[in-house]
Write a protein that binds this ligand. Structure first.
Ligand code: NAD
Ligand code: AKB
Length: 317
């Protein structure tokens, strides 16, 4: 059987995506790959390979020699971390994509998933119910790299027939692993601090609305997109996908329903400018129409699941 690889498997999305794909295709057929030397305990039920996506020759050799036909390329620097190291962020976020697109162009790979982000939008984009096709003038290096990546994906699809699929994920909220340096991370951190300290200092202001999604929805949406017949897909850059939108004040109110003594205060930092440049809510009618996307989790369901499941021990790693 051909193999699937997830590159960037130890991160917030990768951890859960690997586990779900292993349930679907069998543990041995889904390889977790990451630049980290050690395989995290949670991914030890299947193959793990240390892989640096920037080492083009090693990546090519592994994929060709091991009959890998489907690649999920997740390795990237996220918005906040990327602003601190723009040169490296551009390199990491772009070079790996070319390595994988070229392997598909040469017919070694059949199918690619590469995630984009709401970060492709910018201050000149309509903020509410942001359309699939609209102004994209991102002001962060992360957003610029995602927008360029989208254009390259579409180019390889149209000119070389590469089957590459993508989603503009909103901020993702999960409890299996910690987030990796984004602007939406506050909406995960808040649950840990609610449990540890009973209070949270938000790095975004109280009325900063952003599009968010619970990880279970994001993983299901990703796999549904990858399973959709190619004839039904009209977007070959990246699909808008919506879960729920809320502000720091709104998520705090929801947490207070479970922990009445919970308190939030606000100390916006450099991430506020990034959040201000992004949409507040997303129109995902193209994804709904083309491949039947529908979210399951709203704010209240998500808050309950997060409070029931966050494990503060993760903060010690
Ligand atoms: P993350 O930071 O949690 O994980 C990234 C993983 O990539 C880490 O395990 C890291 O060790 C690995 N990595 C870094 N450099 C590497 C290299 N050179 N070679 C191989 N692996 C390397 O990120 P995430 O939140 O899981 O995001 C995954 C993808 O989804 C990214 O492309 C990100 O832009 C996109 N995305 C994420 C979100 C979100 O809210 N998490 C939202 C929109 C888009
Ligand atoms: C980030 O905040 O950088 C990510 C994203 C929305 O792409 N969560």
């Amino acid at each position: 059987m051909s193999k699937t690889i997830i590159i960037g498997a130890c991160g917030q999305i990768g951890t859960e995506l690997v586990l779900e794909l292993r349930r679907k295709y069998g543990n041995e057929n889904v390889v977790a790959a990451d630049v980290r030397t050690d395989c995290p305990e949670i991914l030890s039920n299947g193959p793990y390979v240390k892989m640096d996506i920037l080492d083009r020759e090693s990546v090519r050799n592994y994929i060709i020699e091991n009959n890998v036909k489907t690649v999920y390329l997740l390795a990237a620097l996220l918005s906040a971390t990327a602003e601190k190291n723009p040169d490296f962020a551009w390199r990491l976020n772009m070079e790996g994509l070319f390595t994988i697109l070229d392997l598909a162009k040469e017919k070694y790979i059949d199918k690619i998933f590469w995630p984009s982000s709401i970060a492709v939008f910018g201050p000149s984009t309509p903020r509410i119910n942001t359309p699939q096709c609209t102004v994209t003038e991102p002001t962060t290096i992360y957003g610029i790299s995602k927008l360029a990546g989208e254009r390259w994906c579409e180019y390889y699809n149209k000119n070389f027939g590469v089957d590459v699929r993508s989603i503009r994920y909103p901020g993702l909220i999960s409890y299996t692993s910690l987030p990796g340096g984004g602007t939406t991370d506050y909406a995960v951190d808040i649950f840990y601090q609610a449990k540890v300290k009973g209070e949270y200092v938000s790095f975004l202001d109280k009325d900063s609305a952003l599009p968010m999604m619970f990880m279970e929805d994001a993983i299901r949406g990703t796999i549904e997109l990858m399973d959709a017949p190619s004839s039904s897909l009209k977007v070959h850059a990246a699909y808008n996908l919506s879960g729920c939108s809320f502000t720091p004040a709104q998520i705090a109110e929801e947490i207070k329903k479970h922990i009445p003594s919970f308190r939030i205060s606000y100390a916006p930092d450099f991430r506020q400018a990034i959040a201000d440049s992004w949409p507040g809510s997303i129109d995902d009618s193209a994804a709904r129409g083309d491949w039947g996307w529908k979210e399951k989790f709203g704010l209240s369901e998500m808050v309950k699941v997060m409070l029931d499941n966050v494990n503060v021990e993760l903060l010690k790693n």
